[in-house]
Write a protein of this length. Structure first.
Ligand code: GLY
Length: 418
């Protein structure tokens, strides 16, 4: 009897150990692929004014200049590869691409300065050891936060995302649109308040998060993409979409931005209301009946469902006989869930960690992970930029790669600490 139970116990241990090591193996394999892919990317992308974003129809890399919203992700991804590999060649590449972004510290024509500068320079100050460089980068981050504040107006209490923009139905000219994505710009503001000792940046972040919590969520904790405000009174004028399927639908990446945004709000403030909110918006995502088995969402949770009517020509425009997934929403959500799992205990911790793990396992499979030498040097396949704009549909996107690498690092650290 004792012998039998020893044998059973040993088998169970071997299975547990091998399944644990196979889980961590996907991290190693993914970073091997990432190194090969970004080696290729660096060979193809030698123009430091063109930051890799996606592919052109001919398979070449499509870049953006420093005034868009995605240009911080390639430098940031290089920093993450350096963090994992500790190979100085990745640090050199990361520094070069980060420093090429410096002028974007003056980006004020839209809200994305936080995304751009914190994914690049934020990682640089975290991983750099040269004091002179850290000081230089910190000055750049302070200017970036000043740029972000130029779009904040007290009457409304939120950072304005875009300047005037027409809604899809052509009936509404948004004058003070705020999009859920904007939550991602707040991390920069917390950092700069800590750096300077000046609470003004942090206060703006808190006001922004509180007003967004009030106006961007439906009763079931799903998100509106766009909320437009009256610039004088701060009153909500419209709750609509720009990149989602319909005004009342839930754009998957937007929900992911909310999960990440309120998790970071809890990290920075320790105010339990943000933790509660992060859990609720995450539960909406992970419990949604339309979330596929592999846990990588369709580009919107409500595509082609009864009760959701697009204001744009979905039928005329849709050339696909399938609904594409959005790997960027999956990688972003996985990264958010991993951090969220560290702020809760017991069954909740297990739920968020395990869901993120399943997402990462899916993204590490052949379905999403590029074969080295393919996919124009990007790491992940199958993301969607904006379906309504007929732009970047089922393609690689640099921010899918960025949040994938971040999630892998978070996962690895959590596994090691277990
Ligand atoms: N922040 C723009 C997007 O998520 O597409």
């Amino acid at each position: 009897m004792l012998k039998n139970s020893l044998i059973v116990g040993s088998i169970a241990l071997v299975v547990a150990v091998s399944s644990c090591s196979s889980k961590q193996d996907f991290v190693k394999n993914d970073f091997d692929v990432a190194e090969k892919q970004y080696d290729l990317m660096l060979k193809q992308s030698t123009d430091l004014t063109s930051f890799p974003r996606t592919t052109n129809a001919d398979g070449s890399v499509k870049g953006t200049d420093i005034w868009d919203w995605t240009q911080g992700f390639f430098p940031g991804g290089l920093w993450y590869i350096y963090e994992y590999s500790q190979d100085p060649k990745w640090k050199a590449a990361a520094e070069k691409w980060t420093e090429a972004l410096e002028e974007a510290k003056f980006l004020t024509q839209h809200h994305d300065v936080g995304f751009v500068m914190y994914c690049s320079y934020g990682n640089a100050v975290r991983l750099e050891t040269d004091t002179a460089k850290i000081n230089k980068y910190n000055k750049i981050l302070i200017q970036s936060a000043e740029s972000a504040l130029t779009r904040y107006y007290d009457n409304v209490g939120l950072i304005k995302s875009w300047n005037d923009k027409m809604s899809w139905d052509g009936k509404t000219l948004w004058k003070y649109p705020v999009i859920i994505d904007n939550m991602m710009n707040l991390e920069l503001l917390f950092y700069v308040s800590k750096l300077t000792g000046d609470p003004k940046y942090r206060n703006v972040a808190i006001s922004h998060a509180d007003k967004t919590m009030k106006n961007h969520f439906r009763g079931d904790y799903s998100t509106y993409h766009v909320v437009d405000y009256d610039a004088k009174t701060g009153e909500v004028l419209h709750q609509q979409t720009n990149q989602g399927y319909a005004d009342n639908s839930t754009w998957s990446r937007g929900q992911g931005w909310a999960m990440y945004g309120y998790t970071l709000m809890y990290r920075e403030t320790k105010d339990p209301k943000y933790l509660e909110h992060a859990k609720k918006v995450s539960d909406f995502f992970i419990n949604h009946p339309n979330l596929p088995k592999d846990k990588i969402p369709y580009w919107d949770f409500n595509v082609e469902q009864a009760g959701y009517t697009p204001d744009w020509d979905y039928k005329g425009q849709n050339k696909l006989n399938y609904i594409p997934r959005d790997a960027s929403a999956g990688s972003l959500a996985a990264s958010a869930l991993l951090e969220l799992s560290t702020y809760v205990d017991g069954a909740e911790k297990e739920k968020y960690f395990r869901t993120a793990e399943e997402m990462l396992e899916s993204l590490s499979s052949k379905e999403y992970l590029a074969d080295p030498g393919t996919n124009s040097g990007f790491i992940l396949k199958h993301s969607v930029g904006s379906f309504p704009h007929n732009n970047e549909i089922d393609v690689p996107l640099i921010y899918a790669d960025y949040y994938f690498l971040e999630a892998l690092l978070r996962y690895n650290k959590l596994k090691e600490s277990k």
